[in-house]
Design a binder for this molecule. Structure first.
Ligand code: ADP
Ligand code: MG
Length: 921
């Protein structure tokens, strides 16, 4: 990384300055002592400098030069720095690598400090602690994902086995709380995927919590337990919301209050008191969302694939939103599907509306595609970190309201009744016409990112500002005119007036002419010297004049006054926006709601998804179900269409559910589509309860309380456990937790151990699921022996993915139906994979034996075969001729009854050709 410093920028401190004895180093050390866990960005002129260990770590993380300056306790002080003007990208990289950064600014002009004496140090202090969970800048955030800061608290006196959680996306300001069981922490963390977790250090010492927090180690910010005191927390929240009691917002558990208070405290601490606008805490009911544990979430690839990518995940496949806030809302819904059918229906109603009203859908989507990120713009403004572009974002987003309302209402006129969520969204869009008009008047067409750059106030908004700008422009014109005047007066045609940041305006001529001007000045009468020499370069000389300096001064003072005026206008507009904050937040949520509903409707139309019926029954009846991700992938690849399959898991014994049995035993050869079938049904349950349309022609789903998915022999080497151990731990969790309302998919469990162990475990698991958990479940297995259980377990229903044997080739139909696979076709797959023909033939022979007389019997018999006798019976494996084996194989595959005479003839030719390959006998 090159790290070049502009020449005349504030000089790096002289070595002596940094000696520990100097006031500067004393100041640095005092600041650093307050932030031992963060990298301190110490502002020195145009650079943020880092010292000591901070410098070593940052230089390595950023790949920038590590230098040395001064001495401390007799040792060199390591140092590195990043330019202020481009520090954003360095900051982003450090935050992404898990560092916290304390930004220490100069709080006064260095000139002020000099007034106090030559040794005086510029006042500095930390203005913000940047942590992964408290980001607000677009450059540091993923626009389409929430970045949550989460706090965990426990009040053992209240509930020893429960935890209070509070979380907020600081860039948005929505505060949430929830109580979870201690053992449910991992699932809650997986659902929220927080960027940072504030936790009392005491809790990290508790093994059950520590184990669940382990995968989040990089995101943990432990704090002293005292910061989680529930009484202090309550008072802090009272102050924050200006209320005497939190009752107006609902009733909260002590642990929830403690967590929320600690959260707010942490934001105050890191943001130095500049808080976003927090919404009143919203309490999430326990059991209000579908419980999905981390392993299931990973397996189902809901928000990222097993490889850790967003592409190829369910979310990426389903997300057609056109705004960042819409994308965040859609992701949040998919991550936390609901369990209340009425709430689910309300979401589905909104989608149904846009499915039925294509014009409105297209208009809304077209309008929203130009909608900026209102939520984050508002939050930055609230935290005093906003700029003109944030004001423009507020203007542009709110300005869409009337057109959006018209688009929806036009459709409402012909359709009835308007769904409740959309009606509320339209109301929430509110009437911000006056604010939009004011912002439109005030802001120029193109505005800079930072207010201090100026130039964002529109002409005509302030007469005083226009006057100052006129003066500035006039002076500029006068300067331009001077060039001609001077060129003529001196007779130097190449004379130019230029500007740079060091000299300001200056007159430049080439060196030869320059000497003449210098001579003129020397010989002129005192006070008459027009051209005052400023600088000599290799080929040019630079001058100024009294006239030019005066004009320049006029420009500068007009510009200063203009900027001060603009900043006042900015502050005023920002205050106006903040005064309307509650309404704007509601409008922002409404925009996201419209985007999500229209996007999901578009998805439903594009991919022929249907509206699921979700109720409180124990039904699970999907007709024509598809796997949303595999289907989309096949479509994108232009491959054959996905084969739709039904799944009806209602209990036979339950006349309302009317199903084929609640536990399906799914068999079928490798590659037949078992895993796909299992997953597609789990995904359909997730989507239905998230309030999405689903990939099926019809679906009725009784609300699922917990969803489990396990895959046999999943590779989890990264966690250092044997794969079989992981499989068993995960299966144990299901058998311990699944209820009658749960939905379970088990994909080939028991595969990671010896056949008999595996079969026995699968067998007992199946019985337990059937008799004790009574959950709706799909159980894929390669143990065909398990079908024998169907006679005894009333709700067990064997199903198989069909294949067709066609001229010795296995064709996968990907079609499920009642019954069991007659065989695995494993040997067939081995042949396809290019195993030597002799091995394949021998495997067929062994299989035939086992099928006839059972595994142990045949093992004994096969092992007892006398080698001599065996050798006589067929060529010894080592010397087997591949062509001969192929010939034999081909002969075996012939079914004369199925052949036309012509095919028979062709087969004869083929056999002869095979023989020929064998060479002369
Ligand atoms: P199994 O678990 O039985 O070994 P998979 O479910 O992994 O089989 O499916 C293997 C491949 O078959 C999948 O990658 C997919 O491309 C294809 N496939 C599975 N089900 C279907 C289907 N219903 N329609 C079309 N292709 C399918
Ligand atoms: Mg499989």
């Amino acid at each position: 990384m090159n790290h070049d410093r502009p020449q005349p920028a504030a000089a790096p401190p002289a070595p002596a300055e940094l000696d520990s004895a100097t006031p500067l180093m004393a100041q640095y050390l005092a600041v650093k002592a307050g932030y031992p866990d963060a990298l301190v960005f110490y502002r020195m002129g145009d650079f943020y400098e880092l010292f000591f260990d901070d410098a070593v770590k940052a230089a390595a993380a950023l790949d920038i030069a590590l230098t040395k300056r001064g001495k401390h306790a007799g040792e060199d002080i390591p140092m590195c720095g990043v330019p202020v003007h481009s520090h954003d990208s360095y900051l982003a990289r450090l935050i992404r690598k898990g560092f916290k950064v304390a930004v220490c600014e100069q709080l006064e002009d260095p000139a002020e400090a000099r007034k106090r004496g030559s040794k005086a140090v510029v006042k500095r202090d930390v203005v913000r602690l940047i942590t992964p969970g408290t980001l607000t800048e677009d450059t540091l955030l993923d626009a389409r994902a929430h970045n949550y800061l989460l706090a965990i608290a426990q009040v053992k006196a209240e509930a020893a086995d429960a935890l209070g959680l509070a979380w907020v996306d600081v860039s948005v300001g929505e505060l949430n709380v929830e109580t979870v069981a201690v053992r449910g922490l991992a699932a809650a963390l997986a659902r929220l995927a927080p960027g940072e977790i504030v936790v009392p250090d005491r809790l990290l010492a508790e093994p059950e919590l520590a184990a669940q927090l382990e995968p989040w180690r990089a995101a943990l910010s432990p704090l002293p337990a005292a910061r989680f005191d529930s009484d202090n927390a309550r008072q802090r929240l009272h102050r924050l919301y200006g209320v005497a009691t939190l009752d107006a917002f609902g009733s909260f558990a002590r642990a929830e209050v403690a967590a929320a208070g600690a959260l707010v405290d942490y934001v105050e601490l890191t943001q130095k008191g500049r808080l976003p606008r927090f919404t009143p805490p919203r309490r999430h009911r326990a059991g209000g969302s579908l419980e999905i544990d981390p392993a299931t979430r990973r397996n189902l690839e809901l928000t990222q694939t097993l490889a850790g990518e967003r592409r190829g995940s369910l979310l990426a496949t389903l997300d057609l939103t056109v705004t960042a806030a819409g994308a965040r809302a859609l992701a949040a819904r998919l991550a936390a599907p609901l369990t209340d059918p009425a709430a689910i229906d309300a979401r589905l109603d909104a989608i149904a509306f846009f499915v039925a009203a294509p014009r409105a859908r297209e208009e809304v989507r077209a309008l929203l595609s130009a909608c900026p990120d209102l939520e984050r713009a508002q939050s930055r403004l609230a935290m005093g970190r906003g700029g003109p572009r944030d004001l423009a974002a507020v203007r542009d987003a709110l300005a869409l309201a009337p057109a959006l309302r018209r688009a929806v209402e036009a459709a409402q006129a012909s359709l009835l009744p308007p769904p409740e969520r959309l009606a509320r969204a339209l109301a929430d869009l509110g009437d911000h016409g006056a604010l939009v008009a004011r912002l439109s008047q005030a802001l120029a067409a193109a505005v800079p990112l930072l207010a201090r750059d100026g130039g964002f106030v529109a002409p005509g908004f302030s007469a005083e500002l226009d006057q100052l700008r006129l003066m500035r422009d006039d002076s500029r014109r006068l300067i331009a005119a001077l060039q001609a005047t001077y060129a003529e007066a001196t007779g130097i045609p190449g004379l130019k007036i230029r500007h740079n940041n060091v000299l300001g305006y200056y007159i430049e001529v080439n060196a030869k002419h320059g000497e003449k001007l210098v001579d003129d000045a020397r010989t002129a009468a005192p006070g008459k010297a027009r051209f005052i020499h400023r600088q000599t370069l290799a080929n040019a000389m630079r001058f100024t004049t009294v006239e030019l300096s005066d004009l320049e001064e006029r420009i500068r003072s007009a510009a200063d006054k203009a900027l001060a005026l603009e900043l006042a206008v900015f502050a005023d507009l920002a205050a106006t926006v903040l005064a309307a904050a509650a309404g704007i937040a509601a409008a922002a949520a409404a925009l996201a709601e419209l985007d999500v509903a229209a996007a999901l409707a578009q998805l439903a139309v594009d991919r022929a998804y249907c509206r699921p019926a979700v109720d409180r029954s124990l039904a699970f009846h999907v007709v024509g179900g598809r796997h949303p991700v595999v289907e989309a992938a096949l479509q994108a690849a232009g491959a054959a269409a996905f084969v739709a399959n039904d799944c009806n898991l209602g209990a036979k014994s339950d006349p309302h559910a009317g199903g084929a049995g609640r536990l399906w035993l799914v068999t079928g050869p490798n590659m037949a589509g078992k895993s796909t079938f299992l997953r597609q049904n789990a995904l359909i349950a997730v989507m239905a309860q998230a309030g999405f349309y689903v990939p099926a022609s019809s679906a009725r789903i009784g609300v699922v309380d917990k969803l489990f998915s396990r895959v046999g022999a999943a590779d989890d080497l990264a966690r250092g456990r044997s794969t079989f151990m992981v499989e068993m731990i995960e299966t144990a969790a299901i058998l311990n937790q699944a209820t009658e309302h749960s939905f379970v998919i088990l994909d080939e469990i028991g595969r990671g151990t010896a056949t008999y162990d595996g079969l026995s475990i699968a067998w007992a698991t199946l019985e337990h699921l059937h008799d004790v958990n009574r959950a709706r479940a799909l159980f894929a297995t390669h143990y065909h022996e398990l079908t024998a259980l169907a006679g005894r377990l009333a709700e067990l229903s064997p199903h198989t993915l069909k294949v067709r044997d066609w001229q010795g080739e296995v064709i996968f139909l990907h079609e499920i139906g009642p019954g069991a696979a007659d065989r695995s076709y494993g040997i067939h797959v081995a042949a396809l994979a290019g195993m030597p023909a002799a091995v394949v033939a021998r495997a067929e022979e062994v299989l035939g034996n086992i099928e006839k007389s059972g595994p142990s019997e045949s093992a004994r018999a096969l092992a007892a075969e006398l080698p001599l006798f065996a050798a006589a019976a067929r060529p010894a494996p080592g010397r087997a001729s591949p062509a001969a084996a192929a010939l034999e194989q081909a002969l075996r595959e012939i079914v004369p009854d199925h052949m036309t005479p012509r095919e028979a003839l062709e087969t004869l030719y083929r056999l002869k050709a095979l023989l020929a390959e064998n060479g002369p006998a």
